[in-house]
Design a protein around this ligand. Structure first.
Ligand SMILES: *[C@@H]1O[C@H](CO)[C@@H](O)[C@H](O)[C@H]1NC(C)=O
Length: 442
């Protein structure tokens, strides 16, 4: 009987542990709490302070995400927060690494000040007066980056004043933080948002803005006022949103109809609610491998002591970085490197793609050509490695090519001419002698 109850107790414990393990898929996030230091007499530089913080994530106010008793000693208890995220956006696996793993998701939490925006496509959101009581609370924003650099989440949270019980009100997520595309293909930059349906801010409209940023150059790609269903006029050609998905599911992904080289750069997806704003960044790189061609092709005949130049042109590639080299494959199938040759500067075509060449001076006497071989130009590029080859024939060793045969015919003709000339001179002198004979006879 006692045995039975022990087994019963043990299995109960196991079940409880299992349930706990399942429900604790919402992480306890280590986070940096960053805020501007209270200015002393208004200094010119806004100094920031940084403190370690801990965010306990759960999906409901009464669910227990994880063991709350394990706050590390180096974290100020005032910086331990309990965050309710009904949509479980923060419970994704890439924010919850296995215990003891070295890699940790990146997290920053800041105080946030709700305020109306004056941007043309956002201003209509705050036309109607909203109960200011709702805004009077402690507001925070968080920026999170998952492992593997795939996921970025930005949230706005509200806590009734002086509590540490935060509720997620707005999240903006991108599942493609880094996107690569070939030239000319359609591109999708993922961005979606979620608004707490129980918030008074839900249902009073939203706005979406995509901005482009590259080396200090910024421009508006697209801005959409979801309240009045209007797009700003400064829209980039070929850039659009899935408006149905946007209104139904908060799918704010940017669609670029045709990838061009100048599209490479950073895109910022910003979602506005009345008084609130959150954004995530997505990096796009247009990667196009080169096309190779070798000149001259076919290669001229090589004879001992005769050097010649061969050129390999790589064109239509982006980004710029490219490594060109040469290889020689002998008739025995063995490859040997011939170095990079002399590489020219790059040129940029009208479509933004680059081209670059390498010239190689070949001295057949220095190469162990044997019966010829195959000369290959190798281009190593971010978009993949490309190769182009030509055959190399050495006179005297190879099976006769057309050129060889023509040369042989030429030699034969010359020999034939020589024989004819010699025989003509001989017979000519013979008839001369006969003539003399004739004279004598007279
Ligand atoms: C968002 O919309 C785009 C374009 O219609 C679609 O390809 C993508 O799958 C959508 N994303 C989600 C999460 O539904």
């Amino acid at each position: 009987m006692t045995d039975f109850s022990t087994i019963y107790k043990l299995s109960l414990v196991a079940v409880i542990c299992f349930i706990k393990a399942c429900s604790s898929s919402c992480p306890v996030l280590e986070c940096w709490f960053v805020q501007e230091k209270a200015g002393r007499g208004g200094g010119l530089t806004a100094a920031t302070s940084q403190e370690k913080s801990l965010l306990h994530i759960r999906t409901g106010a009464h669910s227990h995400g994880a063991d709350f008793s394990q706050a590390p000693s180096d974290i100020n208890p005032d910086r331990v927060y309990f965050i309710t995220d009904p949509a479980a956006t923060l419970c994704q696996r890439s924010l919850n690494p296995p215990r003891g793993s070295v890699q940790k998701p990146q997290c920053e939490i800041n105080p946030f000040l709700p305020q109306p925006s004056t941007l043309k496509w956002v201003a209509p959101l705050t036309d109607s007066a909203l109960s200011p009581a709702y805004l009077q609370a402690d507001w925070f924003s968080t920026a999170l980056q998952g492992l593997n650099d795939e996921l970025a989440i930005s949230t706005i949270m509200r806590a009734p004043t002086a509590t540490k019980e935060h509720n997620v009100i707005l999240t903006v997520t991108s599942k493609t933080v880094s996107v690569q595309s070939r030239l000319g293909e359609p591109v999708l930059l993922d961005c979606s948002f979620w608004v707490d349906p129980s918030s008074p801010l839900s249902g009073s409209g939203f706005a979406v803005e995509w901005r482009y940023q590259f080396r200090g150059d910024g421009r508006l790609v697209l801005a959409y006022d979801g309240k009045t269903d209007r797009l700003a006029d400064t829209r980039e050609e070929g850039a659009t949103l899935d408006f149905e998905g946007l209104h139904k599911k908060g799918n704010a992904s940017l669609i670029l109809q045709e990838a061009k080289v100048h599209h490479s750069g950073m895109y910022i997806c910003t979602v506005y609610l009345p008084y609130l704003v959150a954004q995530v960044a997505v990096e796009l790189e247009i990667v196009e491998p080169p096309s190779l061609s070798i000149h001259p092709s076919p290669l001229p005949l090589t004879a001992p002591g005769q050097t010649f130049t061969v050129e390999c042109e790589a064109s239509g590639f982006a980004p710029l970085s490219l490594e060109l080299s040469w290889e020689l494959k002998g008739a025995d199938g063995k490859s040997s490197p011939l170095g990079s040759g002399s590489v020219t500067g790059h040129r940029q075509a009208w479509d933004g793609t680059y081209s670059q060449s390498s010239r190689l001076e070949l001295d057949p006497t220095k190469l162990d050509l044997g019966r010829g071989g195959e000369l290959t130009c190798v281009a190593v590029h971010l978009g993949g490695t490309r190769r182009a080859s030509v055959t190399l024939n050495a006179i005297g060793f190879s099976t006769p090519s057309i050129e060889d045969s023509m040369a042989m015919v030429g030699v034969a003709l010359v020999l034939y001419g020589l024989i004819m000339f010699v025989s003509w001179t001989c017979t000519g002198s013979g008839s001369n002698g006969a003539g003399q004979q004739d004279k004598k006879d007279k």
